[in-house]
Design a protein around this ligand. Structure first.
Ligand SMILES: [Zn+2]
Length: 199
């Protein structure tokens, strides 16, 4: 990456549990909330980028822009402001907050969670999950992760391997069942995208 606009690129390592969480304390600590800054924030899983957004900092607000698609549908460009509020800290200095941009909310939040829109945890609809990763993408990633654990060749199109010598049968059977389910979900999604199956 790098060289995006006048800003700098920025990476955030993230686990699945905090996927697409935008933490203002971290942005502030890293000096990213200076007016006029323009930067990209990205989320990685297993070293792979699952999504990113660009953030422009203005007076008392940030402009988020990114693309979103729900479960393999058409990409939609999103761009909207999130207002900021600063409160004094008891030990001096001031603390930054996002004001949740969801309609009718406006709560102060330290963390916004990604979905089709970024919103506070009260508003965030878990059904959206992380925006850019579709259900079948997620299923594919999970199937691949299991393949690595089973020491099988990468790629769900490849034949399955056997049980690693060191693994208990019980564990193996559980992992294999999960793998098969994820692989199937992934294939169905892929086929739909290719127009092989009518949704
Ligand atoms: Zn909210």
């Amino acid at each position: 990456m790098g060289g995006w606009g006048s800003g700098r690129s920025y990476s955030e390592k993230s686990t699945t549990s905090d996927m697409c969480a935008l933490d203002i304390r971290r942005l502030n600590r890293d000096g990213m909330l200076e007016q006029g800054r323009l930067f990209k924030w990205q989320w990685l899983i297993d070293g792979e980028k699952v999504s990113d957004i660009s953030i422009r900092v203005e007076i008392d607000r940030v402009i988020l822009s990114y693309r979103t698609s729900s479960n393999g549908g058409e990409w939609q460009e999103m761009k909207y402001p999130v207002y900021l509020e600063w409160t004094p800290c008891s030990l001096g200095g001031r603390r930054a907050w996002f004001l949740c941009p969801a309609k009718g909310c406006g709560r102060r939040a330290a963390i916004l969670f990604g979905g089709s829109i970024f919103a506070c945890r009260h508003c965030h609809n878990l059904a959206y999950q992380c925006q850019r990763e579709t259900n079948d993408d997620r299923a594919m990633r999970r199937a691949e992760k299991i393949r690595r654990r089973l020491e099988w060749e990468a790629g769900i199109a490849n034949p399955d391997g056997g049980k690693p010598a060191w693994m208990h049968w019980r564990t193996f059977r559980q992992l294999k069942a999960k793998h098969d389910a994820f692989a199937e979900t992934s294939w169905i999604g892929f086929s739909k995208k290719q127009g092989l199956i009518k949704p």
